[in-house]
Design a binder for this molecule. Structure first.
Ligand SMILES: Nc1ncnc2c1ncn2[C@@H]1O[C@H](COP(=O)(O)OP(=O)(O)OP(=O)(O)O)[C@@H](O)[C@H]1O
Length: 508
């Protein structure tokens, strides 16, 4: 009977097992260290190629210490230089310092919860699989945690056979497990070297606190605005969201009361100093005649109401575009705004009123053709269109894909999101139908070339603020005939000048 009992281990055997375990741990550690060193070297080479200045900041102190390590004073100088490098990094590139240092350090202690709960959370939500060979449960791999003040971010490698939808359908359970306010998933952004991420990678965000829950104030505009980075809103990481307007068209959609006005006015206010200097000309198309009167001083011209007048206005802008195109032919591919030939921004308050809701077919055709020309060719000629739309249906947004930046505010139905922002926008993370009524001005942004969606909130801008801007930044009186060309949005009678839109233009 005793022969069937398991034999007790001798001390030597226990020691052997312990030794093997220790050696395995040491070998694993060495391998990880070697792998880390390889990655660091790879990163240094990458920096040398892409960012020589940052490489210098990181490497010079180290070289000083290693090369001149003969005296404690040199060590001290090296340590001082290192400290200066860190301070310069934090001061000169605060966003990069925050993301790469502070968020990762914070992620170390927030990661404790994930180490403890990850296996349980994925198993209890059915996001693990059973290995048929060994019978073990396999849980999805994840990156270390990166944590801002308000959220934790991790990248997850989905298991074979899983899809983004599998994860999206478990976000509520995951949020509960990790005690988060909300959990979101989206396809992973581009990899470290700008390569497209592997399709089995997803980015998970655990939101702790919604910094966008409270209204936000307007940023004071720069005297010389950067048209490629207008600070028009704030992201949920508490950072400024900048809009690249020059060379892009922007579509803003949302249900009634979603705050489309704040998106339009935030952009207009950031452009205001440039309207005063004449580097920007704003043209308003306001079918309801309600949105732009407060800020009339900022606009070069505003047309409202009558569909025929709006068609004339758009054709006037096409004429300007054609004149610029003719002047640029063979000389340049991209127009740089000057006071003589400024950046033209066309702001449309209700896009559907220009397209679907125009009763006379001929006028509708003229409007649509002129709009299509501006949207397809205007970008190179420094003409951008910002258009708001309430109704996301296809018939009202025929030109949706010509807008390179699409902003979705609160929408009524999940199906509206893809209609407004483009195919699969909702599965890319743009949950516009989940934006609460209590948070007007909150929106999701989809930009061409960016696989994910960014959640932002536009500042609340009162009518008084708009009036104040219109007074402070009122544009100078219109130039005389000999001065710079001014676009006339109300062409009177004879439009047949050199710049008038031809039937060929419209046919195009
Ligand atoms: N960014 C914001 N922050 C806080 N409150 C806002 C913001 N934007 C708008 N609001 C509030 O929501 C209300 C509706 O906003 P707004 O008129 O801009 O919506 P809209 O989408 O343009 O609606 P409609 O399509 O009916 O014109 C405003 O009167 C204001 O009280």
């Amino acid at each position: 009977m005793s022969a069937n009992l398991p034999r007790a281990r001798t001390t030597d055997e226990v020691l052997d097992a312990l030794l093997v375990a220790v050696m395995a741990a040491v070998l694993t550690g060495c391998f990880r260290l070697a792998w880390w060193l390889v990655r660091v070297q790879f990163r240094l080479v990458w920096w040398l190629v892409r960012r020589p200045s940052r490489l210098a900041v990181a490497v010079v102190p180290v070289v000083l210490v290693v090369e001149y390590d003969q005296h404690p004073a040199t060590d001290l100088a090296g340590a001082g230089a290192l400290l200066v490098a860190v301070v310069v990094w934090a001061w000169r590139w605060p966003a990069s310092f925050r993301r790469r240092v502070i968020w990762r350090l914070r992620g170390l202690w927030r990661g404790v919860t994930y180490r403890r709960l990850w296996a349980t959370a994925t198993t209890s939500t059915g996001l693990d699989v059973r290995d048929l060979t060994t019978g073990d449960r396999v849980v999805p791999g994840r990156s270390p945690i990166v944590a801002s003040k308000h959220a934790e971010y991790l990248r997850v490698r989905m298991l074979p056979g899983q899809t983004l939808e599998d994860w999206a359908s478990r976000t509520e359970q995951l949020a509960t497990m990790f005690n988060a306010m909300e959990c979101r998933v989206r396809p992973a952004g581009p990899g470290r070297f700008g390569r497209a991420a592997h399709r089995n990678l997803i980015d998970v965000t655990m939101l702790r606190r919604d910094v966008l829950a409270q209204p936000i104030g307007l940023d004071v505009p720069a005297e010389v605005p950067d048209f490629h980075a207008l600070p028009v809103a704030w992201t949920e990481d508490g950072e400024r969201f900048t809009l690249d307007l020059l060379g892009h068209h922007v579509l803003i959609g949302g249900a009634t009361g979603a705050g489309k006005g704040s998106a339009l006015w935030s952009t207009i206010c950031q452009l205001a100093p440039a309207t005063r200097t004449g580097l920007v000309q704003l043209f308003g198309i306001d079918p309801k005649s309600l949105e732009f009167p407060y800020g009339a001083g900022l606009f070069t011209d505003v047309v409202d109401g009558d569909p025929e007048t709006m068609a004339d206005a758009l054709e006037g802008l096409v004429s300007v575009m054609n004149r610029r195109k003719a002047a640029m032919r063979g000389r340049s591919r991209l127009h740089t705004p000057t006071v003589a030939e400024p950046f033209i921004v066309v702001v449309v308050d209700e896009l559907a009123a220009l397209t679907a809701y125009v009763p006379v077919a001929q006028v509708r055709k003229r409007t649509e053709s002129a709009l299509a020309l501006l949207l397809t060719q205007g970008r190179a000629m420094a003409i951008s269109v910002i258009a708001a739309a309430q109704d996301p249906r296809k018939e009202t947004l025929t030109h949706r894909n010509l807008f390179t930046t699409r902003i979705g505010m609160r929408l009524n139905e999940p199906g509206d999101v893809d209609m407004l922002l483009g195919d699969a926008a909702r599965s890319r993370g743009a949950l516009c139908d989940r934006i609460r009524h209590q948070t007007p001005g909150v929106a999701w942004v989809i930009r061409d070339g960016d696989p994910g969606a960014t959640r932002i909130r536009f500042p609340w801008i009162s009518d008084d603020t708009i009036r104040e801007y219109a007074t402070t930044y009122a544009k100078p009186p219109a130039p005389t005939a000999e001065d710079a060309p001014v676009v006339e949005l109300h062409p009177t009678g004879d439009k047949a000048d050199a710049g008038t839109t031809t039937s060929d233009d419209l046919a195009a």
